[in-house]
Design a protein. Sequence first.
Lengths: 374, 422
Amino acid sequence: MHDTNKKRKTAFIDGSRLITESCVRAGADIFIGYPITPADLLYKYAAKRYPIMMAAPDEITVLQWMSGFAATGHIPVTATSFPGYALMIESVNMAFMMELPMVIILVQRLGPATGTATLGAMGDLSVVNGTISGGFHLPTFAISNMKDCWDLPTMAIETAVRLRTPVVLLTSKEMVMNLCSFDISKLEDISKKHIKTFEREEEYYPYKPDNDGVPPFLPLTQNKYQVRLTASTHNMKGILQNSSLEAINNTKRLHNKIINHLDSFSFYEINEQAGADTLVVSYDVSAQAARKAVYELKLTGKPVSLLIAKTIFPVPDVYMDILNKYRKVIIAEENLEGQFRQILFGKAGRRGVSGVNGIAKMISPEAIIAEVLK
Amino acid sequence: MSTAKYLTDSDLPFCKGCGHLLVARNTEKALLKLGFDPLDVVLVTDIGCHGIIDKSFLTHTVHGLHGRSVALAGGISLGMREPGKKIVVFIGDGGATIGIQHIIGAAHNGLNMTVVLHNNMLYGMTGGQPSEFTPCGFKTPVQPEGSTNEGYDICELISAAGSSYTERVLGIGDYSDSLAAAFSTKGFSLVEVMEICPSFGTKSNPGLKLSSLVKDAGLEVKVFKCTNKHRSHSFIKPTESNLCSEEHLIKKIFETNLKGSVSVSLAGSAGEGIQLAAEFLAKAAMKSGLHVTKKGSYPVTVGVGFSAADVIISSDPIDFTGILWPDVLIITSSDGLSYARAPAAGMKNGKILIDDKLETPATEAEIIKVPFRKRVGEKNCSLYSIFWFLNTYHYLPIDALKQVFLENKISAKISLEKMMEV
């Protein structure tokens, strides 16, 4: 048997290292941080690795500085947890409206309020889903294992830059703070991402989109064309409008540019077993338990399919196609009442759909197995 | 003087008699005097009557959130290191109220911008409510008897914070020289323009003169002395070029017969090396060719209370990093015992290695009492417990742990022979 071990490069590292390295290689050149547990390691590594790292005095300033940096052509990243994210929300809306690319790494911990800073959780899905007033979507990815710590940050940056939007990278305490043995020899190369800039010899309208629905960018540092950025409802020139048709169409475009490109950033892991009538769905840290549960069930002769959602928002259409194939769907997530389940199926739910939920401790493979066998 | 245009030809969007109009005209005049290319100027505004001016400026314009324009301009300033650029922030007294921390912070950090504070002493856009800048006695529609609080003296505040140029002017006539002085100052500068809102201030305070209002409020019209030297904000520079470099690799050197997985939980006190001991155990397992995960648990305070760690060692890849009930639970202190009572109670089998001075927790696991603390003292008891564990039960080659120990600088301070005593 071929011994692949010889090529292995096994490191003893945590996910925060991979996330930070991935962001920087993808072109993120500035990290602005305000310290908060359990995002501490991301802050620590940022100080070692980003070309520029800055300590902001509060989380509102974090987002405002990030927006300023983005407006001058940089790609900013921050990492926070719920209390910090809550302070950022109005400014995230501003960045969304101004179409400024950036990545916010949200490391979930047990709430409400300050809760328990050193306990993991998956309780912020609803907050992230409702971040943008009006029901607009922030592209949101969830890290489900160490490999995702390498793959998804670069996808987040690529999406932020390509669609000119803030992107949320959702994770939780265990994903970013646990140390583990991890083979780094198979990590794929990452190329720098660049924002599409306006290069035509014609009048520049800061919010006039190309065919892809995304306006080409010009930084405030150049002095060839006037740039207007605004958080208020505006026309293509960036002039404040009450509700002109052009302005409202521009606002609708902010929604459409995300939705119309959803297929290009729909990331998930699917393991469909022949003969399975049950699908286990999970994401983030509970995906670990889901993988183990499905593996152990297979060993006992019980075929169960598995969907690990990596793109969380907007919910990819393909998830619906997959979910509809199964009589029984079990969604495992570390929160009280199944936030992702309610987003997928609504309050009314669907016959055959159930959740494995809980707070203050990780969802276990045993709990998922019990729900499958129920 | 430049002949560039900074304002459009259309009427400016302010109420008749509003001092904001003069701010715009004086700003244009000051920029003309200094000769800035309009597109080398970034005007940052926010919410409030002052903010509707941006459509009239031919500079770059950025229109942000209420009170956050100084923070937004801070990011622009920090991201724009090209020489010859000018960042001007327009903010009202309402915005300065909600965003005063940003103004003080920008002055403190010497962020390169000029803030032009349009202080008409109330929230004009929402109906004339008092702000934190409303002087005592100044009447507003919601306080017809007059404000009972003193307003901020922002110029004194930011001078103390480190503003490089600070001036208060009456918003009457030509004060473009004051603005030009601020615009040409490196670092942070602020000009507070005193105004009375014609819609709410004048109507609520008929006949009140701006000059006497400002004087009676104890607000001096002058250039304020810079009480701090100019400072410039510095970035934290990178020290590493690859966070996943080969220095983090651990090569397999030792052999082990371990098949399947073993979960080990350590529970002790902060400051007694629990996390380090768990990392040593994990690294020893990696040197033995095994997969590992290590999770730390602790209260939010760093130096007191319990410290606990879960280590999973496995011959197979580890999907799930949680431990329901550990196979081995090591308890080295009373803090650790308090934390570990729940997992101990859930253990139906396995081993609990516990310091011999601690009471025995309720459990169905095998209890092994070891004088961890007595043998090596509290500081090293966690590390010793790992040595004792492997020396006694041989889950991993003890030489792997010894090598991890010797590779760490801690080996210069702690006797390996002492660690190896059983």
